[in-house]
Design a protein around this ligand. Structure first.
Ligand SMILES: Nc1ncnc2c1ncn2[C@@H]1O[C@H](COP(=O)(O)OP(=O)(O)OP(=O)(O)O)[C@@H](O)[C@H]1O
Length: 240
């Protein structure tokens, strides 16, 4: 077990954004997290990565309690994350953006740069290494976001909607990239709205609704669960 989430709760004043959520993640699995807008998915990532303090409950990473540790400590222990709204440093190059992530473990510039280039090759962005990050397409900005997180050398990577805003062709290009990461031994937790992506990638899916976990199981199990259809899939279909 690489990650254990135990009775995690986060309140913002009167709003309970994450409500008593528990689940386990096995090493090397790809766990999908789905749920309607505002369900609490990103807040869950913020609690795991230390970006927000928890109200109650705990987060265990490799059997160590990391609840409420500082984000940089948690990152150094091996949890990387991307952000839903991509925020590269626009006025520096793609490579420099990734080097910043690599400094997390490699304080020497030469080594950090080498590692950043290795990561850029992996996400198929090496040919853009010298351009300003702000001039990348949306799709390449998403790849950069993944590269920045990968440069910190995570064993567990939290991906927050890396496919949002991409067209079907771009999505098909990025899916193998994510699968490769898993094949290399990185455990992944993926928040995604696009069901086709979740169905293709995940071993296990967790469904969050109003801050609570309402279902957990294989993609087939959750998509045929009446509670999930009512809370989420029905709504998605209604929107389609
Ligand atoms: N820092 C904050 N302060 C106050 N309320 C917050 C904060 N962050 C999130 N919330 C609220 O917590 C709830 C859960 O938000 P969260 O962003 O986790 O949902 P989500 O499932 O990631 O949604 P989406 O799919 O739209 O990204 C929402 O009602 C949101 O407004």
């Amino acid at each position: 077990m690489i990650l254990q989430i135990k009775n995690l709760t986060k309140r913002f004043g009167g709003l309970t954004a994450v409500n008593n959520v528990s689940f386990d993640v096995e090493a090397k699995e790809i766990v999908g997290i789905i749920g309607p807008n505002g369900a609490g998915k990103t807040t869950l990532f913020n609690l795991i990565s230390g970006a927000l303090p928890v109200t109650s409950g705990s987060v265990l990473f490799k059997n160590e309690d990391i609840t409420n540790q500082k984000p940089n400590r948690i990152c150094q222990k091996g949890i990387g994350r991307t952000f839903q709204v991509v925020k590269p440093f626009g006025n520096i190059s793609v490579l420099e953006n990734v080097v910043i992530g690599a400094y997390n473990r490699l304080p020497k510039t030469k080594e950090a740069k080498q590692y950043a280039q290795y990561v850029l090759e992996k996400v198929d962005l090496i040919h853009r290494q010298d351009v300003m990050a702000k001039s990348l397409t949306i799709s390449d900005k998403k790849r950069l976001e993944v590269a920045k997180a990968l440069a910190t050398r995570p064993t567990l990577l939290l991906l927050d909607e890396v496919m949002a805003g991409l067209n079907p062709g771009e999505i098909n290009d990025i899916i193998p990239l994510i699968r490769n990461l898993a094949d290399e031994g990185i455990t992944l937790i993926v928040i995604e709205h696009i069901m086709q992506v979740i169905m293709q990638l995940s071993n296990k899916v967790i469904v969050i609704h109003h801050g609570e976990k309402i279902a957990e199981g294989s993609p087939q199990e959750v998509t045929s669960n009446p509670k999930v259809i009512e809370a989420y899939l029905g709504e998605e279909m209604a929107l389609a």
